[in-house]
Design a binder for this molecule. Structure first.
Ligand code: HEM
Length: 178
């Protein structure tokens, strides 16, 4: 187990506290989740940045296609896809290592947080299949069918990107690490 001591800027280990291993508890095997020597506290802000970036790329892609700039539209949508895949990898890494973060707010703001989180999570599950079908239709140059599904995929994907940032901002005071 590692314990952060913000005043000293140093990380205290279980061994420091109980040099002879006499902690009164059975020694636990080291696990990446609890004893990782590397702090993963940089991942939540990175994930929020990737979410925000995918939202910006989606909006830019929409502006470009409205102006008839197909190549720029395609580049932005591939960019949004790439950033979202990077986000997913980083998100899974963080949650596999650290587990879930409980929101510490109470009252009405907690209800708002839980409503945003629930809608974000449900819709996030729909984005990968929708994005793949939207992309495949574009790559097959079935642009009529591409446009039909894109009108569903686009707002859901954008909502998930924006609420990803909102959830991060609301959780900022609740992360266990400094
Ligand atoms: C998953 C990635 C993509 C998403 C989310 C997406 C989203 C969109 C959206 C929202 C529209 C406007 C629909 C409307 O008129 O309201 C659109 C149109 C269009 N997209 Fe994409 N797009 C993606 C990938 C691509 C790719 C790779 C191409 C390849 C060139 C492409 C080509 C087009 C074209 C040509 C249109 C105009 C269709 C028409 O109005 O007939 N898109 N797309």
């Amino acid at each position: 187990m590692t314990i952060s001591t913000p005043d000293s800027g140093r990380t205290t280990t279980r061994k420091d506290l109980h040099p002879r291993g006499d902690s009164g508890a059975r020694p636990r095997p080291r696990t990446a989740a609890h004893d990782s020597p590397m702090s993963l506290s940089y991942l939540p802000p990175l994930n929020a940045t990737l979410n925000g970036l995918s939202g910006v790329l989606l909006l830019l892609g929409l502006v470009f296609i409205r102006k008839g700039r197909r190549d720029a539209h395609r580049a932005c949508m591939f960019g949004a896809l790439t950033v979202s895949v990077l986000f997913l990898a980083s998100y899974l890494t963080y949650h596999f290592q650290v587990g879930t973060t409980r929101y510490t707010g109470t009252g009405g703001i907690r209800t708002v947080y839980l409503a945003i989180l629930a809608s974000h999570t449900l819709l996030a599950a729909a984005v990968p299949p929708l994005a793949i079908v939207t992309l495949v239709r574009a790559l097959k140059e079935r642009f009529d069918r591409h446009r039909t599904i894109a009108r569903i995929t686009f707002p859901i994907w954008l909502y998930v990107s924006v609420t990803g940032v909102v959830v991060y901002l609301m959780l900022r005071g609740s992360y266990a690490h400094p």
